[in-house]
Design a protein around this ligand. Structure first.
Ligand SMILES: Cc1cc2nc3c(=O)[nH]c(=O)nc-3n(C[C@H](O)[C@H](O)[C@H](O)COP(=O)(O)OP(=O)(O)OC[C@H]3O[C@@H](n4cnc5c(N)ncnc54)[C@H](O)[C@@H]3O)c2cc1C
Length: 409
């Protein structure tokens, strides 16, 4: 039995995940150290400086988020394992953790909407020693929170489809080899008119118009993508090819958010852990709190409060990941996790800055960087306001509560 097969019994500790990835050539300890080393530089340049990976790491990084039946690491298939890895890498640098190669947000819609052949073709491109990125494009300049109002159009032609429109704020959009693009065949049909297309970087009419100047998460390089009579072939339309009608590609986007909200929350937990560790190290080395009336007891109380919040966010994140792996999580679980974790990230980064003051911020750049990253966390994958709206709506509809765990069948 290979180590992969042995570890396919889901591994949830970072040590176990590290061992399984080491078998695939990736040393995550070394990767995290290199990410820390280039963290400040990447924050200034908005690039993946270094890069922090070694040539031998690339294939395993590309294959992160690839299902095991398409060659992905069996030990990394559960959402709980992936969340553990993202918290670990987020602790090194949140922005770089989200900018690492791999299919990223494109995986869930491909799994939900593509045919077996499309899936195989899509995941095959990541079996490479060259870094490859996927991206997910739904947001537009005039619609973000209400994505069903999108304007990007898809028109059927004899040769395939023609897409017209603009997408914005697309994570890794400028470096992506392919972009899962959502477009409407008829705006009057609302969400039921939405379809998903796999657009290759070199598709005629597709261009990266701009990379945004960001306050936080700079290395994720949010891009504006332009589709000007962009031609794609028939098989670019993600279509399962089974008997189910393809009238709800928007549910593929929803799947992506449900799956990624706990992962993004794990990155936020990592950011908070890093800030907590850097702040404590600075205080231990003799750093003085900004408010010189604060005695050691009140500093300890502030640190304990930070610990309490980080632990609560991690437990919620892990619970949702575990429920997802059990097949019982709902959109509400994911929304609660993301809304809570981004509030924790905002509070922890704020508390750390208040405690450290100008001397501490100067000595620990991660505090100020984390504070800026926390603003972006609240917006991406649905703003905090929208998560709270969705939670309220789901709570009104639901007869059970999130803390009720379904009985095994
Ligand atoms: C770091 C980052 C990465 C991202 N990555 C991607 C990506 O890879 N792919 C992609 O497609 N998009 C991506 N986005 C876009 C993101 O999903 C949108 O920014 C988000 O959905 C909000 O949309 P908007 O910016 O248009 O804001 P708007 O929807 O215009 O919202 C503006 C404000 O109004 C509030 N608001 C809106 N509607 C309501 C309502 N009904 N009730 C109460 N308040 C409301 C919002 O909370 C917000 O505060 C990313 C964004 C960020 C910041």
């Amino acid at each position: 039995m290979t180590r992969d097969e042995q570890t396919s019994q889901q591994v949830h500790t970072i040590e176990g995940i590290g061992r399984a990835l080491a078998d695939r050539g990736l040393d995550i300890g070394q990767l995290a150290r290199s990410m820390r080393a280039v963290s400040s530089e990447s924050d200034v340049t908005g690039q993946i400086d270094g890069p922090p990976w070694r040539a031998g790491d690339v294939r395993a990084l590309n294959m992160n988020l690839v299902p095991a039946d398409h060659g992905g690491c069996p030990a990394l298939q559960s959402l709980a394992a992936r969340a553990t890895l993202m918290a670990y890498l987020g602790e090194a640098d949140a922005s770089l953790a989200l900018a690492l190669p791999g299919p990223g947000l494109a995986t869930p819609p491909v799994l939900a909407l593509a045919s077996a052949e499309q899936r195989a073709q899509f995941f095959r491109r990541f079996e490479s020693d060259t870094p490859r990125w996927g991206a997910f494009a739904i947001t537009e300049p005039d619609c973000g929170s209400d994505a069903t109002a999108m304007r990007t159009s898809a028109r059927k032609t004899d040769r395939g489809w023609v897409l017209n429109g603009t997408k914005c704020f697309i994570t890794n959009g400028a470096r992506a080899d392919c972009v899962i693009t959502f477009a409407t065949i008829n705006r009057q049909m609302g969400r039921y008119g939405i379809r998903a297309f796999l657009v290759e970087r070199n598709a005629p009419g597709f261009t990266v118009s701009r990379i945004e100047r960001m306050a936080g998460l700079r290395a994720t390089q949010l891009a504006v993508l332009s589709y000007a009579d962009c031609e794609v072939t028939d098989d670019a339309l993600l279509a399962r090819g089974d008997e189910k009608p393809l009238d709800d590609a928007f549910s593929g986007a929803q799947r992506s958010w449900d799956y990624f909200r706990p992962l993004l929350s794990a990155v936020m937990v990592g950011t908070c852990r890093r800030i907590r560790a850097d702040l404590a190290a600075w205080l231990d080395a003799g750093g003085k709190p900004a408010d010189n009336r604060q005695g050691s007891a009140s500093v300890s109380a502030a640190l304990l409060d930070i610990d309490r919040q980080i632990t609560a966010a991690w437990l919620l994140c892990h619970c949702t990941a575990w429920k997802t792996d059990e097949g019982t999580a709902t959109s509400m679980d994911s929304s609660m996790t993301k809304a809570f974790a981004s509030r924790v990230a905002a509070r922890v980064t704020r508390a750390a800055i208040d405690l450290a003051g100008i001397d501490g911020i100067t000595a620990c750049p991660s505090l100020e960087q984390g504070y800026r990253d926390a603003r972006a966390f609240d917006i991406m994958e649905g703003t905090g306001d929208l998560q709270r709206l969705m939670i309220a709506r789901a709570a009104q509809r639901s007869t059970s509560r999130p803390w009720n765990i379904a009985e095994p069948a």
